[in-house]
Design a protein. Structure first.
Ligand code: UGA
Length: 435
């Protein structure tokens, strides 16, 4: 089956590569000629474990191509995916749909035989219908259907999320469109992956409702962690105790410094606006957004409180800068709130991240960046662990202790075990666990 994918950002590139791995013939199109020519040279513009091999293999087998020529890509394509960016619009936080509607206009100009036009970008409720309207008004006789197929990929594990999803959600309103998409995902339905068919609006809302629910779940456990500290309970056991209830489930119950990334902050905002405009405000989501912002600042304040004496001039080593491990993505990372706050208080920050330092340097140029995690610890008055990269789990505690001026460890991801840290001579602080 022939598939066209418009947009070679994160979602487009991962989805395009994975569809080609299913055996489909995929052409990825982007107007950014430099990006396309880099991809043609085999250079992958994003950091995602396993993606380079997947792209290389399918290119070599001739199932995956890159082009800037939409007409060429649409030739014979039964499905064309719109996977362009939908950034937050400056000022009002609404999703900016300029690129989505531009893509719809371009498709309208090139469409020839029956095509299913599928939005894969996260788009507000009503966008699919607007895409249909744009194409129909530009080409009244065009033979097409629109569909919505939101993705649930996590950065860092996007390929396995695509290949082994919990479910596939498809918003489509004609049998013909449903048939095309069913064939596209046949390799997964053969493995018994549930496919949920719904109307356009429902499919669009499922994506936002899922992300907002996960953001809410994280904020909930973060608040429970705060409460645990006050009453002497252990959040790890509380999370386990509630997570074993099948109705709650164990995932996304890890306390941390607040969620970040390119999805939860943006999608919760967009959903909040949709709900307000529709006259059905989601006050729980509004509270989550406000709480998560406050949490990032509260984490900086906590670090300042835990430094002994005047913070001014003290040295803090920060391990982990990206919003989560296995990505180089710094978007909305808690580090971007926490580090500047520490600096404003006069703290001297040395930082390390396995892959995020290039972007971090651009965003926070005044930090001292170290190529090695131990180097960041030299002479530190405290260590703050911000992102739970695996590389930090196995660090040599004795070596860490010997390098630091004061053995204070503030673990904002609950990576280490309290008893072990105390035994190694650290003054250890974590989230929601007894001292
Ligand atoms: C998220 C969703 O998990 C995906 O299903 C969705 O497809 C994607 O957004 C999207 O809309 O494109 P992602 O942003 O890559 O994926 O990352 P997550 O693994 O969900 O983590 C988001 C943030 O929550 C991170 O800052 C992470 O540290 C934090 N988090 C996550 C916690 O603090 N605690 C947890 O228990 C889980």
């Amino acid at each position: 089956m022939r598939v066209a994918m418009i947009g070679v950002g994160y979602v487009g590139l991962v989805s395009g590569a994975c569809f080609s791995e299913f055996g489909h013939d995929v052409v990825c199109i982007d107007s950014d000629a430099a990006r396309i020519s880099a991809l043609e040279q085999g250079e992958i513009p994003i950091y995602e474990p396993g993606l380079d091999e997947l792209v290389a293999r399918n290119r070599a087998d001739g199932r995956l191509r890159f082009t800037t020529d939409l007409m060429d890509a649409l030739q014979g394509a039964e499905a064309v995916f719109i996977a362009v960016g939908t950034p937050s619009r400056r000022g009002d936080g609404h999703a900016d749909l300029t690129y989505v509607y531009q893509a719809a206009g371009e498709i309208a100009a090139e469409i020839s035989a029956y095509t299913v036009v599928v939005t894969k970008s996260t788009v507000p409720v009503g966008t699919g219908r607007e895409v249909a309207r744009i194409i129909r008004s530009a080409r009244p006789g065009a033979d097409f259907d629109v569909a919505s197929n939101p993705e649930f990929l996590r950065e860092g594990s996007a390929i396995s999320d695509f290949m082994r999803p919990d479910r596939i959600v498809i918003g489509a309103e004609s049998d013909r469109a449903r048939e095309v998409l069913r064939r596209l995902y046949r390799p997964l339905s053969l493995r018994d992956t549930p496919i949920l068919f719904a109307d356009l609006e429902t499919a669009e809302l499922i994506k936002y409702a899922a992300n907002a629910f996960l953001a809410l779940k994280i904020s909930y456990i973060n608040q429970i962690a705060d409460l645990c500290e006050k009453v002497g309970a252990d959040v790890q056991d509380v999370a386990r105790g509630i997570g074993l209830d099948g109705r709650i489930g164990p995932k996304f119950l890890h306390p941390g410094p607040g969620y970040g990334g390119s999805c939860f902050p943006k999608d919760t905002q967009a959903l909040m606006h949709t709900a307000q405009a529709a006259g059905a405000p989601l006050t729980l989501v509004e509270a989550t957004i406000a709480y998560n912002e406050a949490r990032k600042s509260a984490m900086a304040d906590r670090v300042l409180q835990l430094l002994e004496g005047d913070a001014h001039g003290q040295r803090v080593a920060v391990l982990g800068l990206t919003f989560k491990p296995n990505t180089d993505d710094m978007r909305e990372a808690p580090s971007l709130t926490i580090l500047p706050r520490l600096q404003t208080a006069g703290v001297v920050v040395s930082a390390h991240d396995p892959v995020g330092m290039g972007e971090a340097r651009r965003l926070m140029p005044d930090i001292r960046y170290c190529d090695d995690a131990y180097e960041a610890l030299a002479g530190a008055d405290a260590l703050v662990l911000l992102t739970e990269w695996n590389a930090y789990r196995g660090m040599d505690l004795q070596r860490m202790r010997a390098l630091m001026r004061r053995p204070v460890v503030i673990d904002l991801r609950n990576v280490y075990r309290s008893r072990e840290m105390r035994k190694a001579g650290f003054i250890y602080h974590s989230l929601g666990r007894p001292k």
